[in-house]
Write a protein that binds this ligand. Structure first.
Ligand code: NDP
Length: 287
């Protein structure tokens, strides 16, 4: 028989998760603050609990997919967590995740934190490549590995409960920089006689071709040898970035998305050597 699951929170993500456990034959108890959101799932076989506390009482494994950290306090204020296995999938900071792990420990529960690297349509669709970072209790993760793998792939990143959030946010932060670059690129070309769909293809392929640069970054930061195998040295890149800024000006486009990176590159060139790559920039961001 399949492990019974309790799921708190039936927003876009919670509802997508719920369906995968139901489809896989796991007995599922759900709770949502606004009860109407549970109706469709009830028709599909989920048991609907009248309160968060009742949902927690129903099963040992309790998955939390509420909006944010504050909503966990609100929803679980009256729940008895003693002996429970809590898996918290909300997006949080590493500090919030560590505090939540301590909160669970004080209440007698084992705790696993999760960071979801997927949007709801990627849940239950393994070919889409979505997965969830997990950190915290390895015993909990190992025990429920198969249950957790039903909605999406799993990646356990350590006993520190904050590490799932840290990995999640690090990837999202890199994505933010990538989207900043994409925004600037489209701003440069959008008013020209350039087909934007064809341009999008070129841009996507270029970003993909550049992505493996992350590996050299890691080697340089680990060895603190910032010059090995560098093909685009920092001095060249600072000069090249001046061309990017001049082109933006020529096209009448604001450089606001480029300037912070350019400023950090220039500052790094002052303390490092011109033959280095860009890895030392990460050190300069540290306190
Ligand atoms: P939604 O906004 O769709 O749903 C939010 C859920 O939280 C609802 O069930 C809502 O209940 C509940 N909620 C909000 N505040 C409270 C509260 N104070 N007490 C009790 N319940 C509360 O969000 P998602 O489902 O999209 O996201 C859920 C989590 O998953 C978030 O942490 C999000 O960051 C994360 N996530 C989402 C992704 C996405 O693309 N959607 C991607 C990766 C992570 P009610 O129905 O009553 O309003």
């Amino acid at each position: 028989s399949k492990t019974p699951v309790t799921l708190l929170g039936l927003g876009a993500m919670g509802t997508a998760l719920a369906r995968t456990w139901l489809d896989a034959g796991h007995p599922l108890t759900v709770w949502n603050r606004t009860p109407a959101r549970a109706e469709a799932l009830a028709a599909e076989g989920a048991r609907v609990a009248a309160s968060a506390a009742a949902a927690v009482a129903a099963n040992r494994l309790v998955i939390v997919c509420l909006l944010n950290d504050a909503s966990v306090d609100e929803a679980l204020a009256g729940a008895d967590l003693n002996g429970k296995d809590v898996v918290n999938l909300i997006t949080s900071t590493p500090a919030q995740a560590r505090a939540r792990a301590e909160w669970a420990r004080e209440r007698g529960a084992r705790y696993l934190d999760g960071g979801i690297m997927a949007v709801p349509p990627m849940i239950g669709a393994p070919e889409a490549g979505g997965y969830v970072f997990y950190s915290g209790s390895q015993a909990l993760f190992d025990q429920y590995r198969e249950v957790l793998a039903v909605p999406a792939g799993t990646s356990y990143v350590g006993e520190d409960a904050g590490f799932a959030a840290l990995h999640d946010v690090a990837l999202l932060s890199a994505m933010s920089g990538m989207f900043a670059g994409i925004t600037h690129a489209f701003a440069l070309v959008r008013e020209e006689d350039i087909d934007l769909s064809a341009f999008a293809q070129l841009l996507g392929d270029w970003l993909t071709a550049m992505a493996p640069a992350v590996h050299q970054e890691a080697v340089h930061l680990k060895t603190r040898d910032f010059t090995s195998d560098v093909v685009s040295n920092l001095a060249m890149q600072v000069a090249g970035n001046q061309t990017l800024l001049d082109t933006a000006e020529g096209q009448g486009i604001s450089s606001e998305l480029l300037l912070p990176y350019y400023a950090l590159m220039s500052r790094t060139l002052e303390v490092g050597s011109p033959e280095e790559g860009t890895a030392r920039m990460a050190e300069l961001l540290g306190k």
